[in-house]
Design a protein around this ligand. Structure first.
Ligand code: THG
Length: 264
């Protein structure tokens, strides 16, 4: 499971303030902590809604790269902001994300290939976010076809079924899980989700996040944008892996136990 640390996101009030006030130390601290907790990639979202997003992305990527060797996940759908992030980063970042709106896929995949990036793709078309599983699968299939036509390696794509808050739509958990299953079964692609989306607006979010993670892993989740500092969700991740036969001799589970990282 590829863990993408979610904490540097301007949707969080403390991060939004830090971006506006150019408080480098707060961002560097979050990067360091997520690195130490085992995140494989660190997401960077600097959309404060106050403009200058490309400059903020350039600033944030450079200062985070000073304190961690982990590659970054450039979280924007804006081409100018993405270009600023990739330029500041150098090769090997992750692009988060590209959707299937008319004319977007080809140039974004070219850009990603030039910078040797992994790419998160969303099953979103000009008609917006589809409510149902079948339309998400259909758009996913179209994205895969375009990638093949552009000779973009499909193993470098991560398909995100779009995990929307359960509090907004009580079908959203089910639709996300069904879409994950079909992405694996029908398209055979890698998958990711924004895990904490699911719990937005409900109490005891960690409980919702870790329960959903276990269900999603069983449906074939390969990666998640999540909080690597949340030991309850990391405990659930390691436990689920062991139950799925992906932890020989429970080695990782036992090592985490010895390191005091497994909590109940
Ligand atoms: N798919 C992809 N990328 C994504 C998402 C996705 N990037 C952003 C988001 N969704 C995943 N990252 C987060 C980061 C933080 C939170 C949720 C998802 C979060 N924020 C608090 C909240 O919503 O209540 C903010 C409150 C605060 O701390 O001030 O939980 O789905 N590809």
């Amino acid at each position: 499971m590829l863990v993408i640390g979610e904490l540097i996101n301007a949707a969080r009030q403390s991060v939004k303030k830090a971006v506006i006030n150019q408080d480098a130390l707060l961002l560097q601290e979050l990067a360091r902590k997520q690195d130490e907790a085992g995140a494989h990639y660190i997401d960077i979202n600097v959309a404060t809604g106050e403009g200058r997003e490309a400059d903020s992305m350039d600033w944030a990527v450079k200062l985070v790269r000073e304190v961690t060797q982990k590659p970054l996940c450039i979280d924007t759908t804006n081409e100018k902001v993405l270009k600023a992030g990739l330029k500041a980063h150098g090769p090997g970042a992750m692009v988060n994300s590209v959707n299937a709106e008319e004319g977007r896929l080809e140039p974004f995949l070219k850009l990603a290939a030039e910078h040797e990036c992994l790419v998160i793709v969303l099953p979103v078309s000009d008609a917006g976010i589809p409510k149902d599983t079948d339309t998400r699968l259909k758009i996913g299939g179209e994205i895969l076809k375009v990638a093949q036509k552009e000779s973009f390696p499909p193993e470098n794509l991560y398909f995100d079924p779009l995990a929307l808050p359960l509090a907004v739509d009580n079908e959203s958990g089910k639709v996300t899980l069904q879409t994950l299953r079909l992405f694996k079964k029908e398209l055979g692609v890698k998958t990711t989700i924004g895990l904490s989306n699911i719990s937005h607006g409900l109490p005891q979010r960690k409980l919702l996040n870790r329960t959903f993670l276990a269900l999603a892993m069983w449906e074939g989740l390969d990666s998640a944008i999540m909080d690597p500092l949340d030991d309850t969700v990391i405990s659930s991740l390691l436990t689920t892996k062991a139950f799925m036969g992906r932890d020989p001799y429970c080695g990782k589970y036992l090592r985490a136990y010895r390191n005091g990282r497994l909590i109940t």
